[in-house]
Design a protein around this ligand. Structure first.
Ligand code: SAM
Length: 312
């Protein structure tokens, strides 16, 4: 299976789908969520699905997507949400619900040659969009020790990020990074705690840097806020604390840092009404069926009916 959709019922219910509405699936992947959305729309309404990956695009060429009324696949990074939707005639304030199921698909993780996983020997690539110019090997071969330390520490929360960054620079003096094995071999003696956890943190950090995941998510959330209709729903699923914190901060304050902003009159900007004080998590049955769902955190918000400003 390409990818088992996570928190399917919960995310669809949160979108508050209604026939005739306009919806966006920002992360099409294997199309699990999109297929269920189309089923609920029953031919009445629009679904625009984004993905930046070729393999995901190929999934959209088959049933139930090919020729489905109101369905449009858009091969693009979701950071260009507003620009792309405008090309399809949608104005800001006209979308009823936007879903994002962040991160990589099982297919991407399980395809050795994509280089996302430390479990397979392959080129260190990690690009979700293979047309992007910079691979994970390029990052390791060209960044300074300070830049590498920032990546490992900020995106992987790697405790010995400085030591690891310096070890990368020393290895580079002898040979260039090329394969996942080069990185795994370097990490092995430095790994703190459980090996798999350390390797996951290091690989996650590199993947986030290669795909500028924090930058893309920030741009996406800004565009989503603009594109949603009043009372339109934003439904986001994250798989690690860095993303989840960013989503939580943005929903609360309109910026990724979570800094509350006031205008000249002391009004606080409220970009969204928060509908999940605590994120929704998968239950034991779903985790048993699909262990990759275990880290999912679903947050739901609605665009306010009015401008979203409130007195202190
Ligand atoms: C977790 S999977 C989504 C799975 C999907 N919900 C399903 O049921 O099959 C995430 C997908 O989002 C895509 N993706 C991640 N970041 C993206 C971005 N910035 N722009 C466009 N697509 C992105 C990945 O290529 C991947 O296919």
């Amino acid at each position: 299976m390409y990818h088992a959709p996570v928190l399917l019922t919960e995310s669809l219910d949160a979108l508050l789908l209604r026939p005739g509405g306009v919806y966006v699936d920002a992360t099409f992947g294997g199309g699990g969520h999109s297929a269920a959305i189309l089923e609920r729309l029953a031919g009445k309404g629009q679904l625009l699905a984004f993905d930046q990956d070729d393999d995901a695009e190929a999934n959209a060429q088959h049933p139930p997507f090919a020729g489905a009324p109101g369905f449009q696949f858009i091969r693009s990074n979701f950071r260009y949400l507003k620009r792309q939707l405008r090309l399809y005639g949608l104005r800001p304030g006209s979308v009823d619900g936007i879903l994002a199921d962040l991160g990589v698909s099982s297919h991407q993780l399980d395809t050795p040659e994509r280089g996302f996983s430390y479990r397979f020997e392959a080129e260190l690539d990690m690009r979700m969009n293979p047309e992007e110019p910079r691979s994970a090997a390029d990052v390791l071969n060209t960044y300074s020790a300070d830049e590498l330390q920032r990546v490992f520490s900020e995106f992987g929360e790697v405790r010995n990020a400085r030591t690891l960054a310096q070890a990368c620079i020393r290895l580079r003096e002898q040979k260039r990074f090329r394969t996942t094995g080069d990185l795994v071999g370097l990490c092995e003696p430095l790994s703190m705690g459980e090996r798999w956890r350390y390797l996951s943190q290091v690989f996650q950090a590199l993947r986030m840097e290669v795909n500028d995941e924090v930058g893309a998510l920030t741009d996406f959330l800004r565009d989503a806020q603009e594109m949603l209709a009043p009372e339109g729903r934003l439904v986001v699923m994250s798989y690690h604390s860095i993303e989840d914190r960013l989503v939580k901060n943005f929903i609360k304050t309109g910026n990724p840092e979570g800094v509350i902003q006031q205008d000249f009159y002391g009004n606080i900007g409220r970009p969204f009404v928060i509908l999940t004080k605590k994120p929704v998590e998968p239950g034991a049955a779903e985790i048993k069926e699909n262990p990759r769902a275990r880290s999912a955190r679903l947050r739901v918000a609605a665009k306010p009916r009015e401008t979203g400003k409130s007195k202190k």
